[in-house]
Design a protein around this ligand. Structure first.
Ligand code: PMP
Length: 417
């Protein structure tokens, strides 16, 4: 009998049969509040009627319009629609299928555009599992271990982690920027440095928002040295953080923006956006792929963007995120094992620590399992796996947030008992 490879790891024991809105149902039709959203993907909820309708219509019209062979209407329409939400000046876009592919495409683009090789990435950052993206990833060794040598030209520098460094956010920013400056005089000359790649909220690395002053500091340094700033919005984009883009919180402009996950509510599509000037330096034919910009995925993305706008989901993410954060802080106040609650919008993490401040992955794992038992699906993250994260669909209601908080409180009580 053929079975799934042990190379895969499943976070919960649930066998999903169907999904509707914020709920997943198992094969016994037991409902679960899905606060994983398929790792931040089902932004409009499971099977939003508008997304379903758009995809179904497209399936019966044209499934695969290979976009380096022929162009098709859904992709042209999506590109025009993205123009309404992309940062000003980032008006050239191309598409691939996943976050990892988009990350690799952005590196290829940055190297072409600058003629430089090196990429600065952050400790704790996650950019994917393909070989190039894994080379930029340091959120946990499982992505890198045993597969080296990695792609060359990557240097890592610390991300400001005020909680773990036990300092103020301002101190963390100064320290991280000082380390960054040191990197430019010790490890990678600006003349060799093509790009900086950064997540507006460190995701898999533990749900740590980048302080606005940090992103502003990176923008300044990029400008000073002709280095490109790649903002990886794979997890933070399309309203997740309570603003349309995660970097909007800092008011900075990326040179290259990558978006994926929430863009099409579950259909595989990712986009890379940059200025015309920058894109014109890409070698013709250097980007693309057989399935990139799939017509059904493009139609689903278009419908997703419509739903996000029409249902005010960015504002809802901010409002429900604030409600969820407040409730999580109350649970943490009753349970000192939760040392920190942090995040932006509907991207919130609960860091479990022992009294001496060291990571408590065992209690986090118990709370995560107890939550699933109580009907609340969650994920963990962080290098030590001691952060329990919540990323519900952006359509989540106040009642569903409150129901999740009740289950979370029950789960944490059981985990520490
Ligand atoms: N970048 C970020 C910030 C991510 O969170 C992820 C996925 N968790 C990726 C890249 C990789 O995306 P994918 O799994 O679609 O390749």
């Amino acid at each position: 009998m053929t079975e799934l490879s042990p190379a895969l790891k499943q976070a919960t024991p649930v066998l999903a049969a169907r999904g509707e809105g914020v709920y997943l149902y198992d094969t016994d039709d037991r409902p679960y509040l899905d606060f994983t959203a398929g790792i931040g993907v089902t932004s409009t909820g499971h099977c939003h009627p508008c997304v379903v309708e758009a995809a179904q219509r497209q399936v019966g019209t044209l499934i695969h319009g290979q976009y380096t062979t022929v162009m098709h209407q859904p992709l042209l329409a999506l590109t025009e629609r993205l123009g309404e939400v992309l940062p000003q000046g980032l008006d050239r876009v191309f598409y691939v299928n996943s976050g990892s592919e988009a990350v690799e495409a952005s590196v290829r683009l940055a190297r072409h555009a600058t003629g430089r090789a090196n990429i600065i990435a952050f400790q704790g950052g996650f950019h994917g599992r393909t070989m190039g993206a894994a080379a930029l990833t340091s959120s946990g060794v499982k992505v890198r271990a045993g597969i080296g040598p990695m792609m060359g030209g990557v240097v890592f520098t610390p991300f400001p982690e005020a909680y773990r460094w036990q300092c103020t956010v301002e101190e963390a920013v100064s320290r991280a920027l000082a380390e960054f400056d040191q990197l430019l005089v010790t490890q990678t000359s600006p003349r060799d440095t093509a790009a900086i790649i950064v997540e507006p909220v460190l995701g898999e690395g533990g749900y740590i928002p980048a302080p606005p002053a940090f992103l502003a500091g990176l923008r300044e340094r990029a400008d000073a040295h002709g280095i490109l700033l790649i903002v990886d919005e794979v997890q933070t984009g399309v309203g997740r953080t309570g603003r349309f883009w995660g970097h909007d919180h800092a008011g900075i402009r990326p040179d290259i923006l990558i978006t994926a996950k929430g863009l099409a509510s579950g259909f595989p599509i990712s986009a890379i956006a940059a200025s015309e000037e920058l894109m014109s330096k890409a070698w013709p034919g250097s980007q693309g792929g057989t399935y990139g910009g799939n017509a059904v995925a493009a139609a689903a993305a278009l419908a997703t963007l419509d739903v996000v706008e029409q249902e005010g989901l960015v504002t809802n993410a901010a409002e429900q995120g604030a409600r969820l954060a407040e409730g999580l802080r109350k649970v943490a106040a009753d349970h000192p094992v939760i040392g920190d609650v942090r995040g932006l919008g509907l991207m919130l993490g609960n860091e479990f620590t022992r009294p001496d401040g060291t990571p408590d992955a065992a209690t986090a794992a118990r709370a995560h399992a107890e939550a699933a038992e109580a009907g609340l699906l969650l994920l963990t993250c962080g290098p030590h796996g001691n952060v329990v994260r919540m990323i519900p669909p952006l359509v989540v209601t106040a009642e569903q947030v409150d129901a999740a908080l009740e289950r979370w409180a029950t789960a944490v009580r059981a985990a520490v008992a």
